[in-house]
Write a protein that binds this ligand. Structure first.
Ligand code: ATP
Ligand code: MG
Length: 491
């Protein structure tokens, strides 16, 4: 049955927009994900209305609107919403779609006069439900309610055709299946296998947006597990697939890929933000590249250095914003901080804070606890990690960069009566290395004395000491890092 009387609970903000349209005789319906979610008693992420009106007809009816997209969607803004997802209500004219010659987007977006046409172009039956607010009726042309009941993701119409038009729907299918805990109907699964290669033609930005939704879902391992089974990982990034089935050493009961998705599930359970979740998913991404058998055990020496580089490549390819990339790269690069030190000194902790940066240090701890849980260990935060936390708190106010020293370049020039030159940087690095060891040394009169002493050294000697200090300040195992970088040809 296509129309079923049913009274759904709709927020005031949404019904108001709908009645303004209706009172102007513009037929309109609530449509898509929000209808699906209400019927599932879930809170919708966003609210969409579809209408016979065109953007030019919609805009003048409301006080605060915006319009900036290819689809004719008008955003109706509520300045004081009762809930953040009600700040913008999207109103889109009925659409029908033209041909998809590039497999990405329809060549042109055509507006239509009927709801039926609009519903027909939607991806899945459960996403093609509409609700008529005036009559209190659910409109269900493709048995979406039946699929909701049976927890099935099924395309509207022929799945081969629908994935052929827009292959992003393949990723949407696994994402929705995971978010809703639904299965994918068998003809739809078959079509995914047949059409998946079309995903290679989808823009990276669209793939990225679905990937983000997967990573931000409650149990990302469900969608990523499905993607693994269906051979879809490589369309997100070929690097993801390389850890599948890769065995590790005795300390690990899981393969590399299993460990990564289990770790990510913990990060999701803890509701960590996007950059932490991605860092967790990618922290061991280079293990397949660095794996070596030594004395009967697999080793992954340097995987965090190579991994930082691979993470950068993956995220750059997916067109992630620079800010996210930089954070993830640092978290991957430094995720091994922990196992390197058996006896933890405060100066070692200061160096870690310096390396990853004070703004990321707690995120790094969260990567660590996720990593640990993803190994199947019962305790995410151990005694050792708690000790680390308290040491971080202790050192957080200590100086960790030359900028925080109580002398600066200008002071050095006047104290030594010298002009700008390489000796300034060298002296600063040497002073920092001493202050990192003992923050009490960051005291003006002591530093002034050290400056004069150091300036007395032979210039060449001073620059050499400066270089050693810089390396030490950056990381204690710098020499080894250089070797790894050399070996894997990363910068
Ligand atoms: P979410 O809960 O993540 O918002 P959603 O199903 O609402 O999920 P949106 O991306 O907000 O997803 O899209 C809104 C609606 O637009 C969908 O429910 C679906 O009807 C339609 N839609 C979105 N993307 C496509 C697509 N690629 N092909 C066909 N229909 C689509
Ligand atoms: Mg939505």
């Amino acid at each position: 049955m296509a129309r079923i009387k049913e009274k759904l609970e709709i927020p005031e903000e949404v019904s108001r927009v709908s009645s303004v349209l209706s009172s102007t005789k513009f037929e309109n319906y609530l449509v898509g994900g929000c209808v699906r979610d209400i019927l599932l008693s879930k809170e919708p992420k966003d609210w969409d209305l579809t209408t016979v009106a065109t953007p030019d007809e919609i805009t003048p009816l409301f006080e605060h609107t915006f319009y900036e997209n290819d689809y004719g969607t008008v955003g109706i803004v509520n300045d004081n919403p009762s809930n953040e997802n009600l700040r913008v209500i999207e109103v889109t004219p009925f659409r029908t779609e033209g041909a998809y010659s590039d497999f990405r987007r329809p060549d042109e977006v055509k507006w239509s006069k009927t709801l039926d046409e609009d519903l027909k172009r939607r991806d899945f039956t459960i996403n093609a439900l509409a609700y008529d607010l005036r009559g209190g009726e659910v409109i269900d042309l493709f048995d979406g309610r039946e699929d909701l009941k049976n927890k099935l993701i099924r395309t509207v119409g022929d799945p081969n055709e629908r994935f052929g038009e827009d292959a992003l729907r393949i990723l949407r299918a696994i994402r929705l299946a995971a978010e809703l805990n639904f299965a994918i109907e068998s003809e739809t699964v078959k079509a995914i296998s047949e059409k998946k290669d079309l995903l290679s033609q989808i823009s990276k930005e669209r793939i990225r947006d679905e990937f983000i939704k997967i990573v931000m879902s409650d149990s990302p391992s469900v969608a990523l597990g499905l993607a693994t089974q269906l051979g879809l990982l490589k369309y997100i990034s070929p690097e993801l697939e390389k850890g599948v089935g890769v065995e590790q050493n005795k300390a690990h009961i899981y393969t590399v890929w299993e460990h990564l998705i289990r770790s990510l599930d913990y990060a999701a359970e803890k509701k960590f933000p996007l950059h932490v979740r991605i860092a967790v998913l990618l922290h061991d991404i280079a293990k397949p590249h660095t794996r070596k058998m030594i004395n009967g055990q697999w080793t992954f020496y340097g995987h965090e250095v190579v991994g930082a580089k691979i993470a950068r490549n993956i995220l750059t390819d997916l067109k992630f914003p620079r800010e996210v990339i930089e954070k993830v790269v640092k978290l991957v690069r430094w995720h091994m901080f922990f196992s390197e030190t058996e006896t933890i000194s405060l100066s070692a902790v200061r160096r870690i804070v310096r390396n990853v940066g004070p703004d990321l240090i707690w995120d790094l701890m969260n990567v660590r606890s996720s990593d640990r849980t993803g190994m199947g260990r019962p305790k995410a935060v151990t005694y050792r990690l708690r000790k680390y936390h308290s040491m971080i708190e202790q050192v957080m106010r200590d100086p960790i960069s030359v900028k925080q020293l109580n002398v600066n370049g200008g002071d050095i020039m006047s104290l030594t009566n010298s002009k700008a030159g390489p000796h300034i940087g060298s002296i600063l690095e040497i002073l920092l290395s001493e202050v990192l060891e003992d923050p009490k040394l960051n005291e003006r009169s002591h530093l002034e004395k050290r400056v004069s002493d150091l300036y007395k050294l032979d210039q060449e000697e001073l620059i050499k000491l400066g270089k050693v200090a810089r390396k030490k300040n950056e990381s204690e195992d710098d020499k080894e890092v250089e070797e790894i970088k050399d070996k894997y040809k990363v910068e």
